[in-house]
Ligand binder design. Sequence first.
Ligand code: ADP
Ligand code: MG
Length: 887
Amino acid sequence: MKPQRGKNSKKKGEVDPVEVYCRVRPLDNPDDNCCVKPLSTSVVQLIPPENSLAVARNGQIKEYQFTFQYVFDEYTSQKAVFDYVACPLVDDLIRGKNGLLFTYGITSSGKTYTMTGSPKDQGILPRCLDVLFNTISGVQAKKYVFKSDKMNGFEVQSEADAMIERQKRDLMPGITTPKTPTAQRRGNFGDQERISDPTILSSVDDDNQYAVFVSYIEIYNNYVYDLLEELPYDPITGYKPPQTKILRTDSSDCMYVMNCVEVEITSPEEAFEVLFKGQKRRKVAHTALNAESSRSHSIFNIRLVQAPLDPRGEEVLQDPDKICVSQLSLVDLAGSERTHRTKNAGDRLKEAGNINQSLMALRNCMEILRDNQKNSSNKMVPYRDSKLTHLFKNYFDGEGKVRMIVCVNPKGDEFDETIHVMKFAELSQEVLIARQQQVRFDIGLTPGRRKMNYKEKFKSEDDLCTAAKVPAFDFSLGPGFPPFELLRSSDDIVLPQLEKFLEERQKRREAMQLELDRQSDEFRAQLVEFERSYEQALVQNEELQQRVEKSESYVQKLEGRIRSLEKRMEENSRNYKESERQKRELAAMIQDKDVKIRQEKSEKERLKSDFRTRLDMNNQHWERNLEKERQKIEQDYGGQIWEKQQKLNMLRNIVNEGDSDAAMPAPQEIFRTPAPKVRTHTTPGKLLSARSENDMRKIGNTPTPRSRTATTGTSLSAARANLRPTPRSTSNTPKPTPAYNPRHRRSRSSNAEIWLDHRPPGSVELDTVLQPKIKKKKSVSKLEVKDTKEASKYMLTHQDMDSDDNLTTKIYKGECLPTAGGGTAVVFNDVEELKQTSPGSRKRRSSCPQPQDFEGEWSDVEDRCNIAIEGHGNARKRSKPGSATRV
Ligand code: ADP
Ligand code: MG
């Protein structure tokens, strides 16, 4: 025999579909619009009413047909439904197999009616109990022979121990499991007379002992509540809300509700007491939780425990491994209507959502199971998504038969909800469940042990005495009195006979008295012994009670911890799911970015190569331009050199011809000599009325590298432009120069050489070691006409940055000459260049500048000498002015 529920193995290869039955209830009002029509015993038709959503959506009335295992119309009796759907499950239960029966449908479709019914017309649940007890009557074990091990399993104890436990519980009710309710209303269904089901099944095994245990739970808002648990009562606040229970896996991997009260019942009436108690608590709990019964799933579990009799057929075999536990779960599901229909708000909405969620989870599991079976895939079935599916996981994994009754309210208004119910129900039939193996109770003992034992038990009185441990003693009076009628006064026959008889009687009396005394002594001793053991038992009970209390509080603590762990687990799994989702999102983002990066890289590569080609083209273009420029400059300079040579020759001739006689060359002629380093600055005034203020400012300001070119090339005075004509500019008509006397000399006798030091604002302090030493000097930052009149020499400080970012200071020096118009003209004749370089930026080299450093800049020996002096950081360079200075 296969022991304990869940250890039953599945029959390999053999599967049964989930059997779905449809029950159509009668209309409340026969005039109501009816949308359901059973076509046959297996087909039902749904016709959408005109106001239904389906018609609104499709615009046409489309009929739907659904096929089920059996369709019960509105006239089908409760008995017929029970016989067809549930009775085979009771039969299986007695044979040691498990069964699960759901009633599914929208609210008011007849689920509770089908499951519980009324006293006069009982539903499936009471009928199951009736039939079960009808069948096992006579083979029922005494109460407490089977004991729960609190871990979903059972233990077996001797009948004597069971008797002690019964007495103990009678003495101290409620110390261990709650006392089974006394069936005060035996034979009643609530307060009404009930009509019980008379069916008796033949599946019972005479050589087994049976015991029935029931539990009643509720799943509400995805929390499990025990409906048989005493609710804590507070005299002020009333009943406290019930504690939630947790689901556990037992040693055989079966799910069960931990610490759920399981009551042993010995008759259907006791079972009804339990049921009513549960229903009453359900109402109280719903009031405390502000809940509604149609939104909760109620589950009534019947567990049948059976074990074989010992070889003598007397007691249950004391072997826990031989116990077989089978279970029938009767589930009245919550209304399957969708949330919007419930018209809830706040908490109600949440609870409705949860109910739908657990029904959705049921649907999900069914769908995945079906897909797995159809496609031979191995997708994980999400049983853990809701307590409902988690609790019944084993059934779907092949630990028992699953049946469903779809209850339908044919009212037209319910069409839109009913169609969903039907679709799901029809689909559920495609789910296949592995068939449970037949449980074998044959353990090698002689069949018919119970009957044998019964016959032999009462074979002789001696056996009875032996059984009662009473020694055999003949307490009969023995033979009767002999005839004692005296015929004569001296009768020597009758009297001696009588005397002898009396003496024997006397002896017998004494023996009997002795035996009585002995037996009463023995009895007294036994009684004393019994009393002592009874007292001992009481003490033991007390100890036991204390231990039980302790372990109960410990269990409660553990329960609390398990609950919190469970919560954390749930939270973790939620977080895990969330992080998985985020991971997926991030992976997708990374992939996107990778693609983008690759695209950008290739784009960059493309741009790079593009740029390189352009650069090459540009370089070639510039090289060509530069080459052209170089050739042009070479030509220009060739011309200039030639021109210079010509002028030099001319000057040499003039010098040779004699100083005094020589005709003074026209200023134009003199200034035509190219003198890049000579600057002529004409002060603004009456003489140079053509000069604008703007030009003056340009001279004063520190020019930028660009503006420097402008200063030297363009923005100096017109006279300067004339002074420095390029060979090309010779072709331009020279502008008239101001009339001044270049030979004018101030009187030097009075040592009146006054310098006008013009430092435009913003000039940087030089802090040079070699400072010019000028005695009479007037420093100005802005040039005024009157200053030029007083001064005989003019110096302009100009600072600039060279290509190496070093500061270069140039001091342009000139003579102030009065002009014919009363102004002053400055003739620049010298440029001093002061260059400061950072020692850090210099390459390692000798402290003295090397000739190649100045390659191309040296003009003559004097320059070389200057460089030799300046070679350490502060390079002071003096540029030779052009020929004009020598004029
Ligand atoms: P549910 O549990 O699905 O919400 P109920 O079982 O409470 O619905 O049924 C609602 C009402 O319909 C009850 O009054 C019940 O007596 C009645 N009813 C349901 N099914 C039937 C039926 N087959 N025959 C007669 N009355 C029924
Ligand atoms: Mg109901």
